[in-house]
Design a protein around this ligand. Structure first.
Ligand code: SF4
Ligand code: SF4
Length: 152
């Protein structure tokens, strides 16, 4: 060990340098606190969050054609599509369940959907108090999450 290293250790130079860096971030102008939930933070454009089953904007009819491709594409096998045949032999969506507690938000179901009916939105407030509450039915998927908005 040379003298330079010796004095460096004796006078705790590295510690002082570290503390200087730490305290440089304690300046009022360097502090940033997100005010969530009062202010919702913007999420990345490509963020994949709460699923939504889209309806036609004018007719309000579901865009889903009950093809089951999303369910087949899902590696977790968590989507269950229910359907029935109409009198003219067309498939019509009856039920749709999506178990959010098992979802890894990979987006494969969204990519598989041929009519853009299933979409992973930017909603991130999907916490729930029970496991059952994490299983969304067709109505919940069409309406989307309804988080409590806090105001002062
Ligand atoms: S995002 Fe991935 S894991 Fe979740 S339902 Fe879609 S395919 Fe399955
Ligand atoms: S892939 Fe799309 S259209 Fe087909 S069942 Fe799933 S959500 Fe409906």
């Amino acid at each position: 060990m040379d003298w330079k290293d010796f004095f460096r250790k004796i006078f705790l130079i590295d510690l002082i340098k570290g503390l200087r860096l730490t305290f440089s971030y304690q300046r009022p102008d360097a502090i940033y606190t997100e005010q969530y939930p009062l202010e919702r933070p913007p999420v990345a454009e490509r963020y994949r969050g709460a699923p939504r089953l889209n309806n036609h904007p004018e007719s309000g009819e579901t865009l889903c054609i009950a093809c089951n491709l999303c369910s087949i594409a899902c590696p977790e096998n968590l989507i269950v599509v229910g359907w029935a045949r109409t009198e003219d032999r067309k498939k019509r969506l009856t039920t749709f369940t999506y178990d959010l507690s098992r979802c890894m938000f990979c987006g494969l179901c969204e990519d598989a959907c041929p009519v853009d009916a299933l979409e992973l939105t930017q909603d991130f407030e999907i916490a729930n108090y029970s496991r059952e509450g994490m299983i969304w039915d067709r109505q919940a998927l069409e309406e989307g999450p309804k988080p409590v908005r806090y105001t002062r």
